[in-house]
Design a protein around this ligand. Structure first.
Ligand code: ZN
Length: 318
């Protein structure tokens, strides 16, 4: 190792190789870099931030347990290729439906439990935890859409409560799309405060009101987003009084994302993530960082750099 090689981070990292979802080659038709999470994982290892054995994974969650947060009929329907295809926005051939559970649903079920694992670790150490995945913020109790079949943050909060945790949570969603699923899952839940800042004209339409929403105009970039967050973060922490923060930190705010029209730079995304993490960690509030959406050309590079920055920030603030 050279003098500049970082030590492997003590920050809990959650990831599983199955997160690279394969649709039998059909995924190449989708405008997604399906290898994004794998690329980020590999870069963190190659650059010395993590060892291959640093990453932990959750266990896939079954429908019986998921019925605590999702409608059982909807969960059963996910085994139908046409239902899953509509949620994930890719064609799923009927002939291959027997592989859906193993190739598609099992990795998603594991990713859902990964966010709970990251939350448990963040609370245990009173600091940052990073899930290279999660942030399925469009999944509502009665059904998913927008590439989000199951809601990982709702599952994490449910499981924490089952384990006796009684804290308040703050969901900060800075993905370019509104976190309608999180808003719906936590509607009426006084213990969870949901904030979303997003491109107002983008999916989903219509939007589901959360505790606080900020819609950005088309073409907004670093300045608009970062100035807004600087103002909002103190208000959010004062209103929510959280014991845990979930940051749904999508990369689709980037200028080259094919699905949105926000114009953030790689540096702007890194600064966004640093602002949110610092707001929590400086107040002694653990932060769970979730990668959420955004699969454009520079998404993996941006989120790798962002995570590196967060690991340095965690080391400085501890
Ligand atoms: Zn998104």
């Amino acid at each position: 190792m050279s003098r500049d090689t970082p030590r492997p981070t003590p920050v809990p990292l959650v990831y599983h190789p199955s997160y690279r979802i394969r649709f039998f080659g059909i995924e190449r038709l989708h405008p997604f870099d399906v290898r994004k999470l794998e690329r980020i994982h590999d870069a963190l290892v190659e650059r010395g931030y993590a060892l291959p054995e640093s990453f932990r994974a959750g266990e896939p969650i079954g429908d019986t347990e998921l019925a605590a947060i999702h409608d059982p009929g909807y969960l059963a329907s996910l085994r139908q290729p046409e239902v899953l295809a509509a949620v994930l926005e890719v064609p799923v051939p009927r002939l291959l439906s027997g592989l859906i559970e193993r190739r598609v649903l099992a990795p998603l079920r594991r990713a859902v439990s990964g966010t709970h694992l990251a939350a448990t670790e963040a609370l245990a150490r009173g600091g940052l935890a990073v899930h290279l995945g999660g942030g399925f913020h469009h999944a509502r109790p009665e059904g998913g859409h927008g590439f989000c079949p199951l809601n990982d943050v709702a599952w994490a909060v449910h499981r924490l409560r089952q384990g006796g945790w009684g804290g308040r949570a703050l969901v900060i969603d800075t993905d370019a799309h509104q976190g309608d699923g999180n808003h719906a899952c936590f509607a009426g839940d006084e213990q969870v405060h949901c904030y979303s800042v997003h491109q107002e004209s983008a999916f989903p339409l219509p939007k589901v009101p959360g505790d606080l929403d900020d819609g950005l105009p088309d073409g907004a970039g670093d300045r608009e987003l970062l100035e807004l967050l600087e103002r909002r973060l103190p208000e959010l922490f004062a209103a929510a009084q959280p014991a845990l923060v979930f940051h749904v930190a999508g990369a689709d705010v980037l200028h080259d994302d094919p699905l949105t029209d926000l114009r953030c730079s790689v540096e702007g995304l890194c600064e966004r993530d640093r602002l949110v993490a610092r707001a929590g960690l400086q107040r002694g509030v653990p932060v769970v960082h979730l990668l959420a959406g955004g699969y454009g050309p520079s998404a993996a590079r941006a989120q790798t750099r962002s995570i590196q920055g967060l690991l340095h920030l965690d080391a400085r603030l501890r």
